[in-house]
Design a protein around this ligand. Sequence first.
Ligand code: AMP
Length: 426
Amino acid sequence: MTTTTTPANFAELGLIQPLLARLTELEYQQPTPIQAQVIPSVLAGRDLIAGANTGSGKTAAFALPLLEYVFTQKQSEKPSGKGNYVTGLILVPTRELAKQVSDSIKSYATHFNGAVKTVAVFGGVSANTQMLALRGGTDILVATPGRLLDLISSNAIKLDKVKTLVLDEADRMLSLGFTEELSALLGLLPKQKQTLLFSATFPEQVQTLTQELLIDPVEVQLQSTDASTLVQRVFTVNKGEKTALLAHLIHQHQWRQALIFVNAKNSCEHLADKLHKRGIIAEVFHGDKGQGARTRVLEAFKAGEIDVLIATDIAARGLDIEKLPVVINFDLPRSPSDYMHRIGRSGRAGEVGLALSLIDYEDYHHFKIIEKKNKIRLDREQVEGFEVDEAAAEAYLAASKPMAKPAGTGKKKRKKNAAGNSDYWL
Ligand code: AMP
């Protein structure tokens, strides 16, 4: 682990004037801890593995030094004139993240006055437009793996000139379901390159794989508990009363906005209908919606035009919704790391945030696992008027074997879930 005192300003990190000028305009007064640790190492050309909370500023941590490298190279070298090159490749797990990251990069590059070209490619929209954008190559490419492989097979782009590879949300990148796409892409990249791995969580099994990708990496691990501004709470409730409790909380707290997570696409619609009957207007965001609708809903939520958004885990990763006051787990996420990703949508960039989980007694066991894996322990709270029927809870717990698998984890269902996850890659 690297320990550094946070420099007071970005100039001390070695960034060049056009970037510094933009950061001043964006009112980034000082580097976040991850930026302070990562930027000098990336500028020095080192491989790197970084674990940091979502909302910690990791996009700028890799984007700023990458932009600086590309810009200075272009100034000092004659243009290669080679058609479909890429210099910096950033792989991300979702379409929305691809757009968000490329928008940030374009914004940081404002004072390069068009000298650095950035393109985002992802599924769900026309490949032709992206092919046109890739004509003549691009300095920086932000991509989801599936669409990138498609574009490579139609010769729209080549990866043999890549100098820097960034894997954002690397745990998802390296997790099951992505292995094939990742190995196909890695095989097309030159051996000599800089590789940067960023993620909010690094499960142990991923560490082995990262060792194969990285050469003598700098390791950066920031503690999630330091000055955390995100408050986590858990409310127990009777089975069948979650919707009523949720509506009660929304009415009572009058949050400016709320992001509610459920586990299935159709649960989004069901919950929206049920809330509607209780006087709450909610929009939905999931993988069955067309890309146009997904983008519209997300932009409207980011702009504060939607108060309540009900989403599946496609909204859990990396999305930056400014000053989101609360995230609510209506369904618990299947995997403990997804819990961290979901709640990280609130309390970003030092803002105060709140993460609520509503658990009925069928969720008790699973929530304990989430706590254990994430090394947290929360008090079980009850809301007045929604007290748990202890006898019913005890009867349920006594009847269920402690290690019994929760419903829906059978072979058939697991297959379906794996396919369901594939909308990360579309
Ligand atoms: P990220 O973790 O990269 O998604 O960034 C989270 C949010 O923090 C984004 O809205 C960034 O614009 C913002 N941000 C990143 N770095 C800084 C900084 N040094 N000062 C202020 N805001 C920042």
